[in-house]
Write a protein that binds this ligand. Structure first.
Ligand code: SF4
Length: 242
């Protein structure tokens, strides 16, 4: 199949602000793809994962034009699970050519990201791979689904070896046990030393943010962020397209 014939199922696209992560509060174009391979207890986008959800199909070129026409530099590819879209690498290859753009892929942590990382092209593998990592305008925001999600058994732990400094890990936590699990993973995979962004986000109604802060204080977790989703404060939590 030629690249032009490859299409992606998009359920919504809109410009808003990033609600979380390293660019929280900044403008971003969100492109939400249909379908997810998980079924988290707290999912607030279940509608996008239903088999009968309505979607529009876009080619790589059409998505690129949509992005350029938006005049927004931060682009968030989300879902559902964007990495289960067939041929996602054809889209990423195109977006990697335009260094004006900052692409963030929000992935649920169950898909191996290795396939989607830039690959060295010559025999000078080490140097070229390092250069590609540093210049890559595509970053991953990897969820770690703790026990509160019901999906912890689906996590692809190999991903933590492949994370780079521009990547981010988000732990959605609902209990002190979840916080302890997050701490274990942060330490085991040296996420702070790697320079990854590390965020703890509360599952609303399950844990008090104040208790999360206390956990950080007690454990002296430097370089780890407690983050509340801005959207939950600015808009109705159920509102779409914001
Ligand atoms: S991974 Fe995300 S989109 Fe998929 S079920 Fe979980 S919360 Fe919903």
């Amino acid at each position: 199949m030629s690249e032009e014939k490859v299409t992606f199922r998009v359920v919504e696209q809109f410009v808003s602000i990033n609600g979380e992560g390293r660019r929280a509060g900044q403008l971003a174009l969100f492109i939400r793809f249909a379908g997810c391979n998980l079924n988290c207890e707290y999912c607030d986008t279940k509608w996008a994962n239903e088999a009968e959800v309505s979607y529009e199909e876009y080619t790589v070129e059409q998505l690129y034009q949509m992005i350029k026409n938006s005049k927004v530099k931060n682009v968030t590819l989300t879902g559902g699970e964007p990495l289960i879209q067939p041929n996602m690498n054809s889209l990423l290859n195109k977006l990697r050519e335009d260094k004006q753009l900052r692409i963030e892929i929000e992935t649920n942590g169950s898909v191996d990201i290795y396939t989607f990382l830039p690959k060295a092209k010559s025999s000078n593998m080490q140097t070229e791979a390092e250069h590609d990592v540093l210049s890559d305008n595509v970053s991953f925001t990897l969820d770690y689904k703790t026990a509160v999600s019901g999906m912890e058994h689906q996590m692809c732990m190999k991903n933590y070896v492949n994370l780079r400094c521009q990547d981010t890990v988000k732990f959605v936590v609902g209990s002190v046990e979840d916080l302890q699990k997050a701490k274990q993973i942060i330490e085991k995979y040296h996420l702070v030393e790697k320079g990854c962004g590390i965020y703890l986000s509360p599952c609303f109604g399950k844990i008090e943010p104040a208790d999360m802060v206390e956990f950080l204080v007690e454990n002296r977790l430097n370089d780890v962020n407690v983050q509340l989703q801005l959207h939950k404060f600015i808009w109705d939590p159920e509102q779409r397209g914001v």
